[in-house]
Design a protein around this ligand. Structure first.
Ligand SMILES: C[S@@+](CC[C@H](N)C(=O)[O-])C[C@H]1O[C@@H](n2cnc3c(N)ncnc32)[C@H](O)[C@@H]1O
Length: 380
Protein backbone atom coordinates (compact mmCIF):
# COMPACT_ATOMS: atom_id res chain seq x y z
CA UNK A 1 0.00 0.00 0.00
CA UNK A 2 1.40 3.38 -1.02
CA UNK A 3 1.49 6.56 1.04
CA UNK A 4 -1.31 8.17 -0.95
CA UNK A 5 -3.63 5.18 -0.57
CA UNK A 6 -2.99 5.25 3.18
CA UNK A 7 -3.72 8.99 3.14
CA UNK A 8 -7.24 8.20 1.87
CA UNK A 9 -7.91 5.30 4.17
CA UNK A 10 -6.50 6.86 7.30
CA UNK A 11 -7.49 10.50 7.74
CA UNK A 12 -5.48 10.83 10.95
CA UNK A 13 -2.30 9.51 9.29
CA UNK A 14 -2.69 12.21 6.61
CA UNK A 15 -3.63 14.91 9.09
CA UNK A 16 -0.65 14.12 11.33
CA UNK A 17 1.72 14.73 8.42
CA UNK A 18 -0.10 17.93 7.43
CA UNK A 19 -0.15 19.32 10.96
CA UNK A 20 3.39 18.30 11.87
CA UNK A 21 2.78 15.48 14.36
CA UNK A 22 5.22 12.59 14.48
CA UNK A 23 2.41 10.02 14.65
CA UNK A 24 -1.36 9.83 14.31
CA UNK A 25 -1.46 8.86 18.02
CA UNK A 26 -1.21 12.60 18.83
CA UNK A 27 -4.93 12.89 18.07
CA UNK A 28 -5.78 10.21 20.63
CA UNK A 29 -4.18 12.26 23.41
CA UNK A 30 -5.71 15.50 22.11
CA UNK A 31 -9.18 13.94 22.02
CA UNK A 32 -8.72 12.51 25.51
CA UNK A 33 -7.74 16.00 26.67
CA UNK A 34 -10.83 17.47 24.97
CA UNK A 35 -12.98 15.15 27.05
CA UNK A 36 -11.13 15.07 30.38
CA UNK A 37 -9.17 18.35 30.49
CA UNK A 38 -6.07 16.30 31.30
CA UNK A 39 -3.58 19.17 31.23
CA UNK A 40 -5.41 21.45 33.66
CA UNK A 41 -2.91 22.60 36.35
CA UNK A 42 -0.31 20.13 35.06
CA UNK A 43 3.40 21.00 34.89
CA UNK A 44 5.23 17.73 35.65
CA UNK A 45 4.52 14.81 33.33
CA UNK A 46 5.98 11.39 32.54
CA UNK A 47 5.31 9.94 29.08
CA UNK A 48 5.91 6.18 28.98
CA UNK A 49 6.41 4.23 25.74
CA UNK A 50 6.77 7.54 24.00
CA UNK A 51 8.52 6.90 20.64
CA UNK A 52 8.36 8.30 18.01
CA UNK A 53 7.14 11.09 20.28
CA UNK A 54 3.80 12.54 19.17
CA UNK A 55 2.40 12.52 22.73
CA UNK A 56 5.57 14.23 23.96
CA UNK A 57 5.14 16.74 21.14
CA UNK A 58 1.62 17.48 22.39
CA UNK A 59 2.99 17.97 25.93
CA UNK A 60 5.80 20.19 24.73
CA UNK A 61 3.53 22.36 22.55
CA UNK A 62 0.72 22.69 25.11
CA UNK A 63 2.69 23.01 28.35
CA UNK A 64 5.94 24.66 27.26
CA UNK A 65 4.87 26.70 24.25
CA UNK A 66 1.32 27.37 25.50
CA UNK A 67 -0.25 26.46 22.16
CA UNK A 68 -3.98 25.80 22.07
CA UNK A 69 -4.71 22.18 21.30
CA UNK A 70 -7.04 19.58 22.81
CA UNK A 71 -9.45 21.11 25.35
CA UNK A 72 -7.96 24.60 24.95
CA UNK A 73 -8.24 24.34 21.15
CA UNK A 74 -11.83 23.12 21.41
CA UNK A 75 -12.74 26.01 23.76
CA UNK A 76 -11.14 28.46 21.32
CA UNK A 77 -13.20 26.97 18.48
CA UNK A 78 -16.39 27.33 20.55
CA UNK A 79 -15.53 30.95 21.35
CA UNK A 80 -14.82 31.73 17.66
CA UNK A 81 -18.15 30.17 16.66
CA UNK A 82 -20.00 32.25 19.29
CA UNK A 83 -18.26 35.42 18.09
CA UNK A 84 -19.21 34.61 14.52
CA UNK A 85 -22.84 33.90 15.45
CA UNK A 86 -23.07 37.05 17.61
CA UNK A 87 -21.29 39.12 14.96
CA UNK A 88 -18.56 40.23 17.39
CA UNK A 89 -15.08 41.35 16.43
CA UNK A 90 -12.02 39.39 17.60
CA UNK A 91 -11.13 41.79 20.41
CA UNK A 92 -14.72 42.20 21.72
CA UNK A 93 -15.41 40.07 24.84
CA UNK A 94 -18.20 37.54 24.70
CA UNK A 95 -21.13 38.40 27.04
CA UNK A 96 -20.97 37.44 30.73
CA UNK A 97 -23.62 34.70 30.48
CA UNK A 98 -21.43 32.67 28.20
CA UNK A 99 -18.60 30.56 29.66
CA UNK A 100 -15.42 32.51 30.14
CA UNK A 101 -12.93 32.25 27.33
CA UNK A 102 -9.59 30.95 28.56
CA UNK A 103 -6.23 32.03 27.28
CA UNK A 104 -3.47 29.52 27.65
CA UNK A 105 0.08 30.66 28.21
CA UNK A 106 3.36 28.82 28.51
CA UNK A 107 3.58 27.37 32.01
CA UNK A 108 6.47 27.75 34.45
CA UNK A 109 8.73 24.99 35.76
CA UNK A 110 7.49 22.42 33.28
CA UNK A 111 9.23 19.05 33.41
CA UNK A 112 8.50 16.33 30.87
CA UNK A 113 10.31 12.98 30.92
CA UNK A 114 9.71 10.51 28.11
CA UNK A 115 10.81 6.86 28.06
CA UNK A 116 10.87 4.27 25.29
CA UNK A 117 12.78 1.16 24.27
CA UNK A 118 13.42 2.87 20.94
CA UNK A 119 15.59 5.95 20.52
CA UNK A 120 13.61 9.17 20.09
CA UNK A 121 14.60 12.35 18.27
CA UNK A 122 14.97 15.28 20.68
CA UNK A 123 12.04 17.58 21.44
CA UNK A 124 12.02 21.06 22.99
CA UNK A 125 12.04 20.83 26.79
CA UNK A 126 11.60 17.06 26.91
CA UNK A 127 14.09 14.74 28.63
CA UNK A 128 14.15 11.46 26.72
CA UNK A 129 15.37 8.17 28.17
CA UNK A 130 15.93 4.94 26.30
CA UNK A 131 14.83 2.23 28.74
CA UNK A 132 12.49 -0.71 29.30
CA UNK A 133 9.54 0.28 31.50
CA UNK A 134 9.16 -3.31 32.72
CA UNK A 135 12.70 -3.35 34.16
CA UNK A 136 13.29 -2.27 37.79
CA UNK A 137 16.48 -0.41 36.79
CA UNK A 138 14.31 2.13 34.96
CA UNK A 139 12.89 3.68 38.14
CA UNK A 140 16.20 5.24 39.35
CA UNK A 141 16.75 6.59 35.82
CA UNK A 142 13.30 8.15 35.88
CA UNK A 143 13.71 9.58 39.40
CA UNK A 144 17.05 11.12 38.43
CA UNK A 145 15.60 12.63 35.27
CA UNK A 146 12.71 14.12 37.25
CA UNK A 147 14.87 15.70 39.97
CA UNK A 148 18.44 15.92 38.63
CA UNK A 149 19.50 18.47 41.27
CA UNK A 150 18.10 16.71 44.33
CA UNK A 151 18.25 13.06 43.28
CA UNK A 152 19.04 10.63 46.09
CA UNK A 153 20.10 7.16 44.90
CA UNK A 154 18.38 5.52 47.90
CA UNK A 155 15.01 7.06 47.07
CA UNK A 156 12.21 4.85 45.81
CA UNK A 157 9.79 7.64 45.00
CA UNK A 158 9.99 11.08 43.40
CA UNK A 159 11.07 14.03 45.58
CA UNK A 160 8.80 16.35 43.63
CA UNK A 161 6.01 14.10 42.45
CA UNK A 162 4.38 14.46 39.06
CA UNK A 163 0.86 15.53 38.12
CA UNK A 164 0.28 13.19 35.22
CA UNK A 165 1.65 9.87 33.93
CA UNK A 166 0.61 8.81 30.43
CA UNK A 167 1.40 5.53 28.73
CA UNK A 168 0.66 4.54 25.14
CA UNK A 169 2.62 1.30 25.47
CA UNK A 170 1.92 -1.36 22.90
CA UNK A 171 3.77 -4.56 22.07
CA UNK A 172 4.46 -5.53 18.47
CA UNK A 173 1.12 -7.27 17.94
CA UNK A 174 1.23 -10.88 16.78
CA UNK A 175 -2.45 -11.18 15.81
CA UNK A 176 -2.88 -13.86 18.48
CA UNK A 177 -5.36 -11.87 20.56
CA UNK A 178 -4.83 -13.63 23.90
CA UNK A 179 -1.07 -13.26 23.65
CA UNK A 180 -1.29 -9.61 22.55
CA UNK A 181 -3.72 -8.80 25.38
CA UNK A 182 -1.42 -10.50 27.90
CA UNK A 183 1.73 -8.65 26.76
CA UNK A 184 -0.19 -5.37 26.64
CA UNK A 185 -1.46 -5.94 30.18
CA UNK A 186 2.13 -6.48 31.37
CA UNK A 187 3.06 -3.10 29.89
CA UNK A 188 0.09 -1.53 31.62
CA UNK A 189 1.08 -2.98 35.01
CA UNK A 190 4.67 -1.82 34.48
CA UNK A 191 3.40 1.69 33.67
CA UNK A 192 1.13 1.68 36.72
CA UNK A 193 3.95 0.53 39.03
CA UNK A 194 6.18 3.34 37.76
CA UNK A 195 3.31 5.81 38.12
CA UNK A 196 2.72 4.80 41.75
CA UNK A 197 6.33 5.77 42.58
CA UNK A 198 6.13 9.23 41.02
CA UNK A 199 2.51 10.46 41.15
CA UNK A 200 1.42 13.06 43.65
CA UNK A 201 -1.83 12.62 45.61
CA UNK A 202 -4.64 13.72 43.33
CA UNK A 203 -2.50 12.97 40.25
CA UNK A 204 -3.73 11.40 37.01
CA UNK A 205 -2.81 8.23 35.13
CA UNK A 206 -3.82 7.62 31.53
CA UNK A 207 -2.89 4.38 29.78
CA UNK A 208 -3.69 2.35 26.74
CA UNK A 209 -5.47 -0.96 27.39
CA UNK A 210 -6.68 -3.77 25.21
CA UNK A 211 -10.23 -4.63 26.25
CA UNK A 212 -9.89 -8.35 26.89
CA UNK A 213 -12.10 -10.76 28.80
CA UNK A 214 -11.04 -9.87 32.34
CA UNK A 215 -10.50 -6.16 31.89
CA UNK A 216 -13.15 -5.32 34.52
CA UNK A 217 -10.87 -6.84 37.16
CA UNK A 218 -8.25 -4.28 36.17
CA UNK A 219 -10.81 -1.46 36.47
CA UNK A 220 -11.69 -2.64 39.99
CA UNK A 221 -8.02 -2.65 40.99
CA UNK A 222 -7.45 0.81 39.57
CA UNK A 223 -10.53 2.01 41.46
CA UNK A 224 -8.75 1.13 44.72
CA UNK A 225 -5.96 3.56 43.84
CA UNK A 226 -7.85 6.38 42.13
CA UNK A 227 -11.01 8.26 43.04
CA UNK A 228 -12.30 8.20 39.46
CA UNK A 229 -11.67 5.61 36.76
CA UNK A 230 -13.16 5.84 33.29
CA UNK A 231 -12.52 4.12 30.00
CA UNK A 232 -12.40 6.18 26.84
CA UNK A 233 -12.27 5.50 23.13
CA UNK A 234 -11.06 8.51 21.14
CA UNK A 235 -12.54 8.99 17.67
CA UNK A 236 -9.07 8.62 16.17
CA UNK A 237 -8.80 5.06 17.55
CA UNK A 238 -10.30 2.64 15.05
CA UNK A 239 -13.60 1.10 16.15
CA UNK A 240 -12.35 -2.28 14.94
CA UNK A 241 -9.43 -2.19 17.39
CA UNK A 242 -9.78 -3.46 20.95
CA UNK A 243 -7.67 -0.52 22.10
CA UNK A 244 -9.08 1.98 24.60
CA UNK A 245 -7.63 4.18 27.35
CA UNK A 246 -8.13 4.11 31.10
CA UNK A 247 -8.34 7.63 32.50
CA UNK A 248 -7.71 7.54 36.25
CA UNK A 249 -8.03 10.76 38.25
CA UNK A 250 -7.54 11.64 41.91
CA UNK A 251 -4.66 9.36 42.93
CA UNK A 252 -5.51 8.26 46.49
CA UNK A 253 -3.48 5.20 47.55
CA UNK A 254 -4.92 3.41 50.60
CA UNK A 255 -3.32 4.33 53.94
CA UNK A 256 -0.16 2.32 54.56
CA UNK A 257 0.29 1.43 50.89
CA UNK A 258 3.93 1.74 49.84
CA UNK A 259 4.66 1.32 46.16
CA UNK A 260 7.66 -0.90 45.62
CA UNK A 261 9.21 -2.22 42.46
CA UNK A 262 10.55 -5.17 44.47
CA UNK A 263 6.95 -6.25 44.96
CA UNK A 264 5.19 -4.72 41.99
CA UNK A 265 1.44 -4.83 41.61
CA UNK A 266 0.08 -7.24 39.06
CA UNK A 267 -3.24 -8.75 38.02
CA UNK A 268 -3.14 -11.28 40.86
CA UNK A 269 -1.81 -8.95 43.57
CA UNK A 270 -3.92 -8.02 46.54
CA UNK A 271 -3.27 -4.43 47.50
CA UNK A 272 -2.34 -4.60 51.20
CA UNK A 273 -5.11 -3.68 53.65
CA UNK A 274 -7.64 -2.77 51.00
CA UNK A 275 -11.26 -3.22 50.34
CA UNK A 276 -13.03 -0.77 48.11
CA UNK A 277 -13.23 2.31 50.37
CA UNK A 278 -16.63 3.72 51.39
CA UNK A 279 -16.60 6.60 48.95
CA UNK A 280 -16.25 4.31 45.97
CA UNK A 281 -19.29 3.57 43.91
CA UNK A 282 -20.59 0.70 41.84
CA UNK A 283 -23.57 0.43 39.50
CA UNK A 284 -26.77 0.38 41.59
CA UNK A 285 -28.26 -3.11 41.95
CA UNK A 286 -31.51 -4.56 43.24
CA UNK A 287 -32.36 -8.16 44.21
CA UNK A 288 -35.69 -9.15 42.66
CA UNK A 289 -38.26 -11.40 44.40
CA UNK A 290 -37.15 -14.38 42.35
CA UNK A 291 -33.60 -13.87 43.71
CA UNK A 292 -32.10 -12.53 40.46
CA UNK A 293 -29.88 -9.45 40.67
CA UNK A 294 -30.75 -6.49 38.45
CA UNK A 295 -27.95 -4.02 37.68
CA UNK A 296 -28.77 -0.43 36.76
CA UNK A 297 -25.80 0.92 34.79
CA UNK A 298 -27.36 4.37 34.73
CA UNK A 299 -26.91 5.05 38.45
CA UNK A 300 -24.32 4.37 41.12
CA UNK A 301 -24.44 3.57 44.82
CA UNK A 302 -21.83 3.51 47.58
CA UNK A 303 -20.16 0.24 48.44
CA UNK A 304 -17.62 -1.06 50.91
CA UNK A 305 -16.63 -3.63 48.33
CA UNK A 306 -17.40 -6.70 50.45
CA UNK A 307 -20.72 -7.49 48.78
CA UNK A 308 -19.34 -7.26 45.26
CA UNK A 309 -17.47 -10.53 45.44
CA UNK A 310 -20.34 -12.32 47.26
CA UNK A 311 -22.76 -11.36 44.54
CA UNK A 312 -20.25 -12.28 41.86
CA UNK A 313 -20.15 -8.64 40.71
CA UNK A 314 -17.24 -6.64 39.45
CA UNK A 315 -17.02 -2.91 39.22
CA UNK A 316 -17.79 -1.67 35.74
CA UNK A 317 -15.99 1.47 34.63
CA UNK A 318 -18.04 4.09 32.75
CA UNK A 319 -17.18 3.99 29.04
CA UNK A 320 -16.99 7.21 27.04
CA UNK A 321 -16.45 7.84 23.36
CA UNK A 322 -14.48 11.06 23.01
CA UNK A 323 -13.49 13.54 20.34
CA UNK A 324 -15.64 16.12 18.61
CA UNK A 325 -18.35 14.48 16.50
CA UNK A 326 -17.31 16.68 13.60
CA UNK A 327 -13.79 15.19 13.76
CA UNK A 328 -12.66 12.68 11.12
CA UNK A 329 -13.93 9.12 11.42
CA UNK A 330 -10.88 6.86 11.71
CA UNK A 331 -12.71 3.98 9.97
CA UNK A 332 -13.85 5.97 6.94
CA UNK A 333 -12.12 6.43 3.59
CA UNK A 334 -12.01 9.99 2.29
CA UNK A 335 -11.72 11.14 -1.31
CA UNK A 336 -8.73 13.37 -1.96
CA UNK A 337 -8.05 15.59 -5.00
CA UNK A 338 -6.23 13.72 -7.79
CA UNK A 339 -3.36 16.23 -7.93
CA UNK A 340 -2.75 16.12 -4.19
CA UNK A 341 0.86 15.48 -3.18
CA UNK A 342 1.30 12.92 -0.45
CA UNK A 343 3.66 14.10 2.30
CA UNK A 344 6.39 12.09 3.97
CA UNK A 345 5.99 11.25 7.66
CA UNK A 346 7.26 14.01 9.97
CA UNK A 347 9.53 11.67 11.87
CA UNK A 348 10.07 8.14 10.60
CA UNK A 349 10.95 5.66 13.37
CA UNK A 350 14.67 5.97 14.18
CA UNK A 351 15.36 2.28 14.74
CA UNK A 352 12.15 0.28 14.34
CA UNK A 353 12.31 -3.35 15.47
CA UNK A 354 10.92 -4.37 12.07
CA UNK A 355 13.72 -2.66 10.10
CA UNK A 356 15.59 -5.92 9.41
CA UNK A 357 12.38 -7.62 8.26
CA UNK A 358 11.69 -4.73 5.86
CA UNK A 359 15.22 -4.88 4.47
CA UNK A 360 14.96 -8.62 3.95
CA UNK A 361 11.55 -8.32 2.33
CA UNK A 362 12.93 -5.71 -0.05
CA UNK A 363 15.83 -8.01 -0.93
CA UNK A 364 13.37 -10.83 -1.47
CA UNK A 365 11.45 -8.96 -4.12
CA UNK A 366 9.23 -6.30 -2.61
CA UNK A 367 6.53 -5.48 -0.17
CA UNK A 368 3.87 -7.95 -1.31
CA UNK A 369 5.46 -11.32 -0.64
CA UNK A 370 8.06 -13.34 -2.40
CA UNK A 371 8.58 -12.95 -6.10
CA UNK A 372 7.96 -15.83 -8.47
CA UNK A 373 10.35 -18.71 -8.08
CA UNK A 374 12.02 -17.27 -5.05
CA UNK A 375 13.12 -19.65 -2.34
CA UNK A 376 11.39 -19.23 1.05
CA UNK A 377 14.81 -19.44 2.70
CA UNK A 378 15.75 -16.05 1.23
CA UNK A 379 13.47 -14.46 3.76
CA UNK A 380 15.07 -16.07 6.82
C1 LIG B 1 2.10 3.05 19.93
S1 LIG B 1 3.78 3.39 20.21
C2 LIG B 1 3.74 4.86 21.14
C3 LIG B 1 3.42 6.06 20.30
C4 LIG B 1 3.66 7.34 21.06
N1 LIG B 1 2.71 7.53 22.12
C5 LIG B 1 3.59 8.54 20.16
O1 LIG B 1 2.68 9.31 20.32
O2 LIG B 1 4.45 8.70 19.30
C6 LIG B 1 4.18 2.18 21.40
C7 LIG B 1 5.59 2.28 21.92
O3 LIG B 1 5.73 1.40 23.03
C8 LIG B 1 7.10 1.12 23.13
N2 LIG B 1 7.34 0.01 24.06
C9 LIG B 1 6.88 -1.25 23.96
N3 LIG B 1 7.34 -1.98 24.99
C10 LIG B 1 8.08 -1.14 25.77
C11 LIG B 1 8.82 -1.30 26.98
N4 LIG B 1 8.86 -2.50 27.60
N5 LIG B 1 9.48 -0.25 27.49
C12 LIG B 1 9.45 0.96 26.85
N6 LIG B 1 8.76 1.16 25.72
C13 LIG B 1 8.09 0.14 25.18
C14 LIG B 1 7.47 0.79 21.70
O4 LIG B 1 8.87 0.89 21.50
C15 LIG B 1 6.68 1.85 20.94
O5 LIG B 1 7.49 2.94 20.61
Amino acid sequence: MGKSSKDKRDAYYRLAKEEGWRARSAYKLLQLDEQFNLFQDVTRVVDLCAAPGSWSQVLSRVLIKGEKFGRAGWEQKQADTRRYVLGLKDEEPITAELPEEKTQNPREDVRIVSIDLQPMSPLDGVTTLRADITHPSTIPLLLKALDPETYDSNATSARHPVDLVISDGAPDVTGLHDLDIYVQSQLLWAALNLALCVLKPGGKFVAKIFRGKDVDLLYAQLKILFARVRVAKPRSSRASSIEAFVVCEGFCPPAGFNPSLDQPLGAATEIPGTQLPKHKTQPAKKVREDGAVEIDLGSEEETDGSDMEDAGLRWIAPFLACGDLSAYDSDATYHLPKDRISLDPVQPPTAPPYRRALEQRKLAGGAYGKTKGQDRQDLD
